[in-house]
Design a binder for this molecule. Structure first.
Ligand code: UD1
Length: 370
């Protein structure tokens, strides 16, 4: 029997690990050990995703918490090395591009444990993004590369990776989306507002239509000037269409720190706490559009065929633009692009190959053979 450690750390990892854990339930060839690094730790960012997605409680939690990049990465490495020495796994499987991904790959590689990176080969070619550094370092030492799209394979081949180590398996996030979309329709739809007294009832917004927003990238929210410009634009858009904004703790902290809360107090901006998975995908699936800087939401909206405006200079997920409903835009284009969507001219697209809900099945079949 093969022993595999699966690593999760931050919010976007949970949707990727869930289908693998379900696929491995009762498997007689593979024994999974789930390690949570604790990079995200509270119920809002971590706990409730385990409950909603039916992920078993982690076998081990390193409880590293928030810190600078160096400190967080180092703490994960120290904790994970002990786990690997104790458990002696055959494989370590990491997902995505967060600090936990790179930290655990480094530890396993140095202990000569075979590593598998799911979501390998994605490149934004922008090294100011911490995630790009994490992707490059992880892929320079991992043994097996599981990819979500053909462009990722091409990136890896250009970097000299042997094609026999690359497996295009599709998208695990879509496994989770497919498995949960029906359940999501019955979840809670009333949420307390954070920018004024009261609550928002999503059902009542369905009549007019609404946009859903998420912003948390350091490049958009960590500097006052950029964040203030965004706040002003959100306010202008809200004159035309309601905006529902489940806010990431990083963005909330900065809005308060920069004294921008008063500007967020507009009747058509519905600022709410970050949501659980079911609530969030329900919100997105009913929206007219998404306005975001997230990575995962570009993929989810492509699968749902809902126009997505991604406010970033680049994306590591170009297939969502070439084939899907995603558009990459700069800050000055936010307003005109939103107006185009309101006029019914939003971008629609196709579902990329293997984004079909069967990726976990493919991954586990391959892991059994390697
Ligand atoms: C991390 C990932 C990013 C991913 C994002 C999704 C890295 C480098 N970044 O960024 O790729 O898109 O997760 O959320 O790995 N906080 C809480 N509760 C928590 C965790 C964090 O309130 O459970 C707050 C803390 O104030 C913390 C801040 O959020 O300082 C940022 O958290 P951090 O893990 O440093 O990075 P993210 O911005 O979430």
């Amino acid at each position: 029997m093969k022993k595999i450690i699966l690593v999760v750390g931050a919010r976007p990892n949970f949707m990727k690990i869930a289908p693998l854990m379900h696929q491995l339930k009762g498997d007689t060839d593979i024994k999974p050990i789930l390690v949570h690094t604790g990079q995200h730790y509270d119920s809002q960012m971590s706990g409730r995703f385990f409950e909603e997605l039916g992920i078993p409680a982690p076998d081990i939690n390193l409880e590293v918490g928030s810190a600078s990049h160096a400190e967080q990465t180092a703490k994960i490495m120290i904790g994970f090395e002990k786990v690997c020495l104790e458990e002696k796994p055959d494989f370590v499987l990491v997902v995505g591009d967060v600090n936990s991904t790179v930290a655990c790959t480094l530890v396993a590689a140095k202990l000569n444990i075979k590593t598998i990176h799911y979501e390998a080969g994605l490149r934004s070619h922008d090294r100011t993004m911490p995630e790009e550094i994490n992707r490059l370092v992880t892929d320079s030492i991992t043994d097996y590369f599981f990819t979500t799209s053909a462009d990722a394979d091409e990136n890896l081949i250009k970097e000299g990776v042997d094609t026999s180590k690359i497996f295009m398996v599709g998208n695990l996030m879509i496994d989770t989306l497919e498995a949960n979309l029906k359940k999501a329709a019955v979840s809670e739809q009333k949420f307390a507002l954070l920018n004024r007294v009261g609550e928002v009832d999503i059902t009542s917004l369905l009549k007019t239509g609404y946009g859903v927003m998420t912003f948390h990238r350091p490049s958009n929210v960590d500097e006052k000037e950029t964040l203030e410009t965004l706040v002003n634009i959100w306010s202008e858009i809200s004159e035309k269409i309601p905006l529902v904004f489940p806010i990431h703790p990083r963005t909330m902290n900065n809005i308060k720190l920069f004294g921008l809360m008063e500007k967020m107090n507009r009747p058509n901006i519905y600022l709410i706490d970050s949501l659980g998975y079911l609530e969030f995908i329900h919100l997105v699936s009913k929206a007219k559009f998404a306005l975001t800087d997230s990575g995962g939401i570009q993929e989810e909206t492509t699968h749902l065929n809902i126009p997505c405006l991604t406010v970033r200079p680049n994306t590591e997920r170009p297939v969502t633009i070439w084939e899907g409903s995603n558009k990459l835009i700069g800050v000055p284009e936010i307003l005109p692009e939103t107006e185009a969507i309101i006029r019914g001219e939003g971008k629609l697209g196709l579902n990329p190959k293997y984004w079909d809900g069967k990726t976990a099945e493919r991954i586990i079949a391959i892991v059994k053979k390697i």
